[in-house]
Design a protein around this ligand. Structure first.
Ligand SMILES: [Zn+2]
Length: 127
């Protein structure tokens, strides 16, 4: 019990360090925070054994990108070579685009409009 609590706290702390804004938004607007305006570029990211998936790039470190995937909003480190800036075409097209992916892309589209400006800024001026 104590150990799992420590684990949770560590996770929370690292989430706050990663992006205080997202952490706050996720808690204040659990339903809508993910598609709200944020400074994180949209990307296609691929985890080993999975297709490319739309995600937000939250931060960069040692050749890896800390991403949040659309859909389940889960977090993962993805090698930078498996990350591409988001465009309508997937880097590697899926033969069968499944419903899950379609739903995620709809979610992405609801972000795109307000994020595209931020993406340009992020790409031109990486921090
Ligand atoms: Zn953020």
């Amino acid at each position: 019990m104590a150990r799992s609590l420590v684990k949770i706290l560590k996770q929370e702390m690292s989430e706050i360090e990663t992006c205080p804004d997202c952490y706050m938004n996720a808690h204040q607007n659990p339903k809508s925070w993910f598609t709200e305006r944020s400074a994180h570029p949209l990307i296609w990211a691929r985890l080993k054994g999975f297709p490319f998936w739309p995600a937000k790039a939250v931060k960069w470190k040692d050749g890896n990108v800390d991403v949040r995937f659309f859909g389940r909003h889960d977090r993962s480190w993805v090698p930078i070579k498996e990350c591409f800036l988001f465009s309508e075409q997937m880097p590697t097209p899926l033969k069968n685009r499944n419903k899950t992916l379609e739903a995620c892309l709809q979610e992405v589209n609801s972000v795109c409009v307000c994020v595209c400006v931020c993406v340009c800024v992020c790409v031109c001026v990486p921090n």
